[in-house]
Design a protein around this ligand. Structure first.
Ligand SMILES: Nc1ncnc2c1ncn2[C@@H]1O[C@H](COP(=O)(O)OP(=O)(O)O)[C@@H](O)[C@H]1O
Ligand SMILES: N[C@@H](CCC(=O)OP(=O)(O)O)C(=O)O
Length: 372
């Protein structure tokens, strides 16, 4: 038994180019229809699912008549742009058959490195999930060059798991999981059923891509598991050609390789905040707010804030201090410093009227806060 997917509420599923395009022979309609049916099954169990799909370049190459993967970056980008139309079309049709809508989300490295865009991407994705839509993500290959690429969608899948704090990352590929050595080269290689995400011994077992279709190979999957674990997500690497793979995982069957995260996401996020030595600014709390945070485990509401120091953006880590200057907590602000100044001392019910929008009733949510 493996209960990771049974227990997970929010799941990222990554499908590689070789699976999506039938080893470069063209979009695999039957496989995609089966994933859509199984993802509809996961949704019916109340789980939120994001699909990260590769295959745009492989499909575009076919549509444009390239026999070999082009080396010219702009030809690759052209392939991606053409192939992405095919991906969007087939996913929309396949999910629609189960009454589910899809949304295309194309991301670049710059989108996730920039705090503002990062938060926008996060809010859009969580809104799509709340609205019952299945986001289909790929790298925005048209606008990036090799130097600024994620490069492979295993990494992108892990970054999306971090972005929306998924519970699990499922990487479907053309092997049954991680083997002790590349099974294409070593017939004695054994399937590793379980491991600890981040264990360096796993990296030594993993090799590069087994074909020209896929980009990353097993190493990027192992590194993706390590990255996903930083926000508390467990990773499962499994064989995507098993027609029932997602349903089997949802039933708790122990298939593939499970790489488990050692900390839950709340702990992971709090650790990240605790490590933030340099915070962007300060908010000064009245005695009542200090008591709410330290003794009652509550969030920080703007009404308990009497002063805002420094300039900071939305999502910045700030320090909450008592009126005597003593640091009480550290946390991520839902509002910029300028907005915080306008809503301090005010009840949360007035935030929307004052600012014209509402990011949340709290200035710093409890889940995004660590006491110091
Ligand atoms: N230790 C290993 N265990 C399993 N597969 C491995 C290993 N080392 C290298 N590989 C290769 O990684 C390939 C999967 O990566 P890749 O081709 O990038 O697939 P995808 O398109 O699904 O991302 C496998 O076909 C296999 O040849
Ligand atoms: N953005 C690229 C994905 C490249 C990639 O990571 O491929 P893979 O190793 O098959 O997941 C595409 O859609 O072709």
């Amino acid at each position: 038994m493996n209960s990771v997917i049974q227990k997970a509420n929010r799941i990222i599923i990554k499908v590689g180019s070789s699976l999506v395009t039938n080893d470069g022979r063209g979009l695999d309609h039957a496989a995609i229809a089966r994933w859509a049916a199984q993802i509809a099954g996961l949704r019916a169990l109340g789980k939120q699912v994001v699909l990260v799909s590769s295959g745009a370049i492989a499909e575009g190459m076919l549509r444009l008549g390239f026999e070999r993967r082009p080396t010219d970056i702009h030809e690759l980008q052209a392939c991606a742009a053409v192939g992405q139309m095919g991906l969007a079309q087939i996913y929309e049709t396949s999910f629609r058959a189960h009454g589910l809508g899809t949304a295309q989300v194309l991301l670049t490295h710059a989108d996730l490195a920039d705090r503002e865009r990062y938060l926008n991407a996060r809010s859009t994705l969580t809104t799509l999930l709340r609205l019952g839509v299945v986001p289909i993500i790929n790298e925005n290959d048209t606008v990036v060059t090799d130097e600024i690429k994620f490069g492979d969608n295993d990494t992108l899948g892990a970054l999306v798991a971090n972005l929306i704090e998924a519970d699990a990352l499922i990487i479907l590929t053309d092997q049954h999981g991680l083997y002790s050595a590349d099974p294409r080269k070593d017939p004695n290689a054994k399937l590793i059923q379980q491991g600890r995400a981040g264990d360096p011994a796993l990296e030594a077992m993993a090799g590069g891509a087994g074909s020209d279709i896929g980009r990353g190979g097993m190493l990027t999957k192992i590194l993706a598991a390590k990255r996903a674990a930083k926000s508390g997500a467990h990773t499962i690497i499994a064989w995507g050609r098993d027609s029932d793979v997602l349903a089997r995982l949802a039933r708790g069957e122990a298939i593939g390789t499970e790489l488990s995260a050692q900390t839950g996401h709340l702990t992971a996020r709090k650790q990240w905040m605790a490590d933030h030595l340099h915070t962007a600014g300060q908010v000064v709390l009245d005695a009542g707010a200090v008591q709410k945070l330290t003794l009652e485990g509550k969030s920080l509401l703007p009404i308990g804030v009497v002063d805002v120091k420094g300039e900071f953006g939305r999502g910045a880590v700030i320090t909450c201090v008592a009126e005597d200057g003593r640091a009480v907590a550290r946390g991520m602000s839902n509002y910029t410093s300028a907005e915080a100044r306008r809503i301090m001392r005010k009840p949360s019910a007035e935030i929307e009227a004052i600012l014209g929008f509402l990011e949340g009733p709290e200035l710093v949510h409890r889940d995004n806060m660590v006491l110091v």
